[in-house]
Write a protein that binds this ligand. Structure first.
Ligand code: P6P
Length: 337
C-alpha cells in the first residue's frame, strides 16, 4: 500500500509548490475539510436522531428546509468564522451574502459560496448527498463585503470542490492545478488521498437527466436523448443514470465518463441549478479534469452573473459528449434563425 497522504499533508505540500503563497488558502481548504467531517458525522446518523425531516421552514429558494440543511449551513458558517481566512460568504440557504466581521476575518482576502447540502430531499431515503463550495479573492480592498465580491465569473475562481456523502465520504477539489480526491477514513478521522490527478474520460456511455421532463425539453435536447438511446453499427445505447442528487450524478460521471443535463424547459426557462454555488464550482473542476460545462451556447465559466441565486441551463461532463450536445443546440439555433 502506498504512503498514506492526508488532506492536510497534501495541501501543505502543494502550498510549498507555490513559494509566494502565504498559506491562507491552505488554511481555508483545511477548515472546509473540518466542516465536512462534522457534517458527515451528522449525515451518517441522520436516520437515528431527530435531524432528518423538515424544519417546517422554507428557504430563499422556496424549498422546504431539511434540518440537516440547516445544520450543514451553520457548520460551514462557524468553520469559516473560525478560519480567519474568509471575509464573507454566500449560501444557497441564505437570502443574501454576509460579511464575516470578526477581528480575525476582517482583513481576510477570500470569499466563499456554498451549497451546504445539495440533494437534501434525498436524506430521508438514504441517497448520496453533497456539499459544494467555491472560493474567490475578494474584489474590494477591505471592510464590509460588497455584492461585486460575490458576482464574479467562474473564470475568476481560486478553488472549488465538493464533498459527497455516499458509500464512502469523499472530498474532491481543485485550485487550478488538476483535480484530486480524498476519501475519509473514519478510523483515523482523516481525508486520505485516494484519487490523485482525476481525469474525466473524454467519451462516456452514460447520460444523466430527469427523463420525466422529456416532453418539456427543447427539440435539440430530445434529439440528443434519442441519439443516446439509439443503437447503430458503431454505437450501443447509453445507460441512463439519474440519482436526483447533482453531486452524486456529477461524481459518477467524473470517474466513469458521462454527461449530466439539466436544460432550460417550458417549466423551468432558466433550468434549475444555481450558477454561483452549483454550476460554476463543478464547471471549474470538470475543466481541470479535462471535461466541459456549457449552457448549450456558452461555457458556464464565461457567464457574467447578474444575481446571487440565478439559475442556468447546464450540460456538464465528458468533453466529446458536451461538444456534441452543444453542436445540437447551435445547429437548432441556426435552423430557427
Ligand atoms: P429534479 C436536488 O434538489 C437538486 O438541486 C440537484 O441536486 C439535482 O440534480 C436536481 O435538484 C434534481 O432535480 O427536478 O430532477 O428533481
Amino acid at each position: 500500500m502506498g504512503k498514506l497522504i492526508t488532506l492536510d499533508e497534501f495541501i501543505y505540500q502543494r502550498q510549498k509548490d507555490f513559494p509566494f503563497s502565504t498559506g491562507e488558502l491552505s488554511g481555508l481548504l483545511r477548515d472546509i475539510g473540518v466542516a465536512s467531517k462534522i457534517i458527515n458525522r451528522e449525515v451518517n446518523k441522520a436516520g437515528l436522531v431527530d435531524i432528518t425531516g423538515l424544519t417546517g421552514e422554507v428557504n430563499v429558494q422556496g424549498e422546504a428546509v431539511q434540518k440537516l440543511d440547516e445544520f450543514a449551513d451553520a457548520t460551514l458558517i462557524d468553520c469559516l468564522r473560525n478560519s480567519g481566512e474568509a471575509c464573507g460568504y454566500a449560501s444557497e440557504e441564505q437570502d443574501s451574502f454576509h460579511t464575516i466581521s470578526t477581528f480575525d476575518n476582517a482583513n481576510a482576502k477570500y470569499i466563499v459560496l456554498f451549497d451546504p447540502l445539495d440533494g437534501s430531499s434525498n436524506i430521508d431515503v438514504n441517497v448520496s448527498i453533497g456539499t459544494i463550495f467555491a472560493i474567490y479573492r475578494r474584489k474590494t480592498d477591505a471592510g464590509e463585503c460588497k455584492l461585486g465580491d460575490f458576482l464574479q465569473r467562474g473564470r475568476e475562481l481560486v478553488a472549488a470542490g465538493y464533498v459527497i456523502y455516499g458509500s464512502s465520504t469523499m472530498l474532491v477539489y481543485t485550485t487550478g492545478n488538476g483535480v484530486n480526491g480524498f476519501t475519509l477514513d473514519p478510523s483515523i478521522g482523516e481525508f486520505c488521498l485516494s484519487h490523485p490527478d482525476i481525469r474525466i474520460p473524454e467519451e462516456g456511455n452514460m447520460f444523466s437527466t430527469n427523463i420525466g421532463y422529456y416532453s418539456f425539453y427543447p427539440e435539440y435536447v430530445k434529439d440528443y436523448i434519442r441519439f443516446c438511446m439509439d443503437e447503430t453499427e458503431d454505437k450501443k445505447p447509453y445507460s441512463l443514470r439519474y440519482i436526483g442528487s447533482f453531486v452524486a450524478d456529477f461524481h459518477r460521471n467524473l470517474i466513469k465518463g458521462g454527461i449530466f443535463m439539466y436544460p432550460a424547459s417550458k417549466q423551468q426557462p432558466e433550468g434549475k441549478l444555481r450558477l454561483m454555488y452549483e454550476c460554476n464550482p463543478l464547471a471549474f473542476l470538470v475543466e481541470q479534469a479535462g471535461g466541459r460545462a456549457t449552457t448549450g451556447t456558452r461555457d458556464i465559466l464565461d457567464i457574467y452573473p447578474d444575481e446571487l441565486h440565478q439559475r442556468v441551463p447546464l450540460f456538464i461532463g465528458s468533453k466529446h459528449m458536451v461538444d456534441m450536445i452543444e453542436t445540437y443546440c447551435t445547429d437548432a439555433i441556426l435552423q430557427t434563425g
